[in-house]
Design a protein around this ligand. Structure first.
Ligand SMILES: Cc1cc2nc3c(=O)[nH]c(=O)nc-3n(C[C@H](O)[C@H](O)[C@H](O)COP(=O)(O)OP(=O)(O)OC[C@H]3O[C@@H](n4cnc5c(N)ncnc54)[C@H](O)[C@@H]3O)c2cc1C
Length: 291
C-alpha cells in the first residue's frame, strides 16, 4: 500500500486519434497501442462514443449555418456569436450519431471541414462545398472572451481519489474518462500488487488508523482476487481514498462553474485541495482572467 498526493496535468494533444487513444487508455490503465487509429476505430465499432467527446473541433461558420444549427437544438453543439461572426464547437459524437441514423442535415457541413483522416470515419459521406472552416488553436486564443469561454475546451488529467472523482462527475456539461475499478486488477504486478491511495489531508494526525484500515482492505482485496473473485466484484471493498486517474474535458464556461462551487469554503477540503491549484493554473495559462 502506498500513498500519493493529488495532482493534475493538461492534455494538449491536437491529433484526433492520438488524443482519443490516450483518453480511452486511461480507463484501463494500459500503455498506448502502437496503432492508435486502429484502436480508435475499434472503440467506434463497440460504440464507446463517450471517448470521442474529448476532442473538440472549433469552427467559424456563416450566419445561415449558425441559424440552422440553432434550429437543430443539439445542446452538445455549442454555438457562439460576436457581432457578425459565428462559431461552433463540437465533437465527432453528434455527427456520428446523426450519420448513423441517416439524419445529417446541416451537420454535413461540419463533416466537410474535418481533417481528412477523421473524415474517413464517415465512409459513405459525399463531400460538399462549405464556407465554414476549422479554427487553429492560435485563432481560438484570440477570440473575444464571450466567445472564447464557450468554445475553448481544456482537457485535464487528475490524479485524485474516488470520493473527489464522484463529486467531479456531478458536473454535467463535461466529458469524462476514468480508471475502471472493474477492469483494473490491483493485485497484479502492473499495480505492484498493492493499492495506491491519496494521502488523507489529516494523515499525520491519524496515521495509525488509516494505515491499519487501508492495510486490512488491501490484504482482503488481494485475498479475494487470489481466490479467483473478479476485480469487478472484489472492488466492493475498495475505499473512497483509492487513487483514481480521471480525465475531464470541458469548456472554460463550465470550468468557471466548477471552480466557483468547488474552490468555495463550503466545498469538501479534498476537492478544494486540487481545484484551487487547478484554477491557479487556468489563470497562469490565461484560460481564465483573474477576478
Ligand atoms: C458544497 C456542495 C455540497 C453538495 N452536496 C450535495 C449533496 O448533499 N447531495 C447531492 O446530491 N449533491 C450535492 N452536491 C452536488 C450538487 O448538487 C451538484 O450536482 C454539483 O455541484 C454540480 O453542479 P451544477 O448542477 O450547478 O452544475 P453542472 O452540472 O456543472 O451544470 C453547469 C450548469 O449547466 C446548467 N445545467 C446543467 N444541467 C442542467 C439541467 N438539467 N437543467 C437546468 N440547468 C442545467 C446550469 O446552469 C448549471 O449551472 C454538492 C455540491 C457542492 C458544491
Amino acid at each position: 500500500m502506498r500513498y500519493v498526493k493529488q495532482s493534475f496535468e493538461e492534455i494538449s494533444i491536437d491529433d484526433f486519434y492520438c488524443k482519443i487513444a490516450l483518453v480511452a487508455h486511461n480507463c484501463y490503465q494500459v500503455n498506448k497501442d502502437k496503432n492508435q487509429k486502429i484502436f480508435v476505430n475499434r472503440l467506434l465499432g463497440f460504440k464507446h462514443y463517450a471517448m470521442i467527446e474529448h476532442k473538440v473541433f472549433v469552427a467559424k461558420i456563416d450566419s445561415n449555418t449558425y441559424r440552422q444549427l440553432i434550429d437543430l437544438y443539439n445542446r452538445f453543439i455549442v454555438l457562439a456569436t460576436n457581432n457578425d461572426d459565428f462559431y461552433c464547437a463540437f465533437s465527432l459524437r453528434p455527427l456520428l450519431e446523426a450519420y448513423e441514423s441517416n439524419n445529417l442535415g446541416i451537420l454535413a457541413d461540419l463533416i466537410n471541414i474535418l481533417p481528412s483522416d477523421v473524415q474517413e470515419i464517415f465512409a459513405d459521406f459525399h463531400m460538399g462545398k462549405t464556407t465554414s472552416r476549422l479554427l487553429s488553436a492560435e485563432e481560438i486564443d484570440r477570440l473575444p472572451r464571450t466567445v472564447y469561454d464557450k468554445v475553448k475546451y481544456v482537457t485535464i488529467k487528475l490524479i485524485t481519489d474516488r470520493g473527489v472523482s464522484h463529486e467531479l462527475v456531478r458536473h454535467r456539461i463535461a466529458s469524462y474518462a476514468q480508471e475502471s475499478t472493474r477492469y483494473c486488477n490491483y493485485a497484479k504486478d502492473k499495480f505492484s500488487n498493492e493499492l495506491t491511495l491519496i494521502e488523507p489531508l489529516d494523515y499525520q494526525e491519524n496515521k495509525a488508523v488509516y494505515d491499519c484500515v487501508f492495510g486490512q482492505i488491501e490484504q482482503k482485496y488481494i485475498e479475494l482476487v487470489n481466490r479467483n473473485v473478479a476485480p469487478e466484484m472484489a472492488r466492493a471493498l475498495l475505499p473512497n481514498k483509492l487513487k483514481t486517474s480521471i480525465i475531464i474535458t470541458a469548456n472554460v464556461q463550465e470550468y468557471k462553474n466548477i471552480f466557483a462551487l468547488r474552490c468555495d469554503q463550503r466545498a469538501h477540503p479534498d476537492i478544494r485541495d486540487i481545484m484551487i491549484p487547478l484554477r491557479d493554473y487556468f489563470v497562469a495559462k490565461n484560460y481564465l482572467v483573474k477576478a
